[in-house]
Ligand binder design. Structure first.
Ligand code: NAD
Length: 482
């Protein structure tokens, strides 16, 4: 089985001079862009999206060539999901970013106080390879809407898609030149971008996230970090088995397992374990994996060659430690095709239960006590996504919200990204800050607090100099009564 399209190879890194030129151009463009009204920005971004849509087939083929994803996944998870983000933010922009009057103490009744949302300047988006269009475009939209310029540093393994986006952005004639630019290369280029921007939104591994946090702290710029995860799926004995087993297989093998919120391991209450495992195996065997260009395949290949080694290491380690591994083979090393794999009877000492696999391998384990399982999971370091499966919705919801995880679902998974009104991000080592939601637009802004003294125009405040005992007493009374 061979994907006909060769996977991407890293391109030449941009030089320090090329990066500096891009950062400088971005700042010049932002000075023009920030003067556009919000309505103008909304109109320009919508028009750009229409322009991009005219070339939808071309965009699909660029992503397909770079990632080997099935067409259905490119359409739903890259293009249509990005459109939902654009619609959410362009529809909500005026409501979310309008000046916000705030209450004030009555002693200050003659003043107006409000919060204003001002752009931060130049925003750096450092992005991974698993969603080469959705993540850069989906995050560029709110950054641009709020009046910033954007520099994207895509993964060195998926640059073509983002370069195509940049090309279309320049070609549409709707924006100041240099408003959205791409810096290509590996970690050194990412580092240089972080050193030259006013805010960074990073999506990638926890290890790199830590480096970004340190660099941002040094410069005192805001850093929003969207990092790795280890989605535990908790299946109670009364779970709706058909839905749960199908969800598990889709939740793991969609995007060939390369989704940060994808299911990594399943804990099944022991009385339901056998039935659930049988259903899983049936679903696994029904998966289609081939090089079909249309809708005739369910699984693509891996995108980043290094992920193949993780897959093999986790499968071999599980087999060695006594699990029953169904699949586990690399089908085409050159083409990066790995067999969808389930590790049955996984135990806590196995790598696939502890480290992020981020590939087509799912671990399943029986448990006797769900509450104890949740307590143990809460002691772990990741906290991105989790789900609970039961017909008892009240219990499911109570369990789900007790999990230290930024995104929780009851009988549901992988839909948080599509509900853009929900903040998206992780707790603990899975992230810092959230994308999406109203706050996910405001985070690209400096909050400016404004007070305007309205009347009487020429009257000094009585608490100014000179101090006096009676003035202090009145002030004290007024402040306490406010
Ligand atoms: P990665 O951390 O290796 O790389 C991410 C980006 O950071 C790349 O563009 C890379 O070139 C750049 N980079 C590397 N070192 C850098 C440095 N010192 N300074 C600045 N930039 C640097 O991650 P990856 O392998 O591309 O992506 C996979 C990871 O991303 C997984 O852990 C996955 O869970 C995570 N992810 C998280 C989310 C989320 O929303 N939480 C979404 C998708 C992927």
């Amino acid at each position: 089985m061979r994907d006909p399209v060769p996977h991407s190879v890293p391109v030449r890194d941009h030089s320090s001079q090329e990066i500096a030129d891009r950062l400088g151009r971005g700042r010049e463009a932002q000075a023009h862009w920030r003067a556009y009204s919000l309505s103008q920005r909304v109109r320009a971004l919508r028009a750009f999206h229409e322009f991009l849509r005219k070339d939808r087939e071309r965009l699909i083929s660029v992503i397909r060539e770079e990632t080997g994803k099935p067409r259905a996944e490119i359409e739903a998870m890259e293009l249509d999901a990005a459109e939902m983000i654009l619609k959410f933010f362009t529809r909500g922009a005026h409501r979310i970013l309008r000046d916000r009057a705030v209450p004030r103490p009555w002693v200050l009744f003659n003043k107006r106080a409000y919060v204003r949302y001002a752009p931060r300047g130049l925003v750096g988006l450092v992005t991974p390879w698993n969603m080469p269009y959705l993540i850069p475009f989906g995050d560029a939209v709110p950054a641009l809407l709020s009046g910033n310029a954007v520099v994207i540093k895509p993964s060195e393994w998926t640059t073509k898609t983002v370069l195509y986006l940049e090309d279309r952005f320049n070609a549409c004639g709707l924006f100041p030149e240099g408003l959205l630019q791409v810096c290509v290369g590996g970690g050194t280029v990412g580092k240089a971008v972080v050193e030259g921007v006013d805010m960074v939104l990073f999506t990638g591994s926890t290890a790199t996230g830590r480096k970004i946090a340190r660099a941002a702290a040094e410069r005192l710029i805001p850093a929003v970090l969207e990092l790795g995860g280890k989605h535990p799926m908790i299946v109670a004995k009364d779970a709706p088995m058909k839905r749960a087993s199908k969800a598990a297989v889709w939740g793991r093998f969609a995007n060939s397992g390369q989704i940060c919120v994808g299911v990594e391991r399943i804990f099944v209450e022991r009385p339901a374990y056998r039935e659930f495992c049988e259903a899983l195996e049936t679903e696994l065997k029904a998966l289609r994996q081939n090089a079909d260009d249309g809708y005739g395949t369910d699984l693509g290949r891996l995108i980043f060659p290094g992920q193949l080694a993780v897959f093999e290491r986790h499968a071999a380690d599980a087999a060695e430690k006594g699990a029953r591994v169904v699949g586990g083979k690399v089908l085409d090393r050159e083409g990066l095709v790995a067999e969808p794999t389930i590790v049955f009877d996984a135990t806590g000492d196995m790598l696939c239960m502890r480290e992020e696999t981020f590939g087509p391998l799912l671990a399943v384990s029986p448990v006797d006590n769900i509450d104890a399982t949740v307590r143990a999971l809460n002691d772990e370091s990741f906290g991105l996504a989790a789900s609970v499966w039961t017909r008892d919705l009240r219990r499911g919801e109570a369990l789900a919200v007790s999990m230290q995880s930024g995104l929780v679902g009851v009988n549901d998974l992988l839909t948080h990204y599509a509900v853009c009104a929900l903040p998206f991000g992780g707790m603990k080592q899975s992230g810092l800050g959230r994308r999406h939601s109203d706050d996910g637009l405001r985070m690209f802004c400096e909050q400016q607090s404004v007070i305007v003294h309205e009347f009487p125009a020429n009257q000094p405040e009585f608490w100014w100099f000179p101090y006096a005992r009676f003035k202090s007493a009145i002030l004290s009374w007024l402040l306490r009564a406010s």
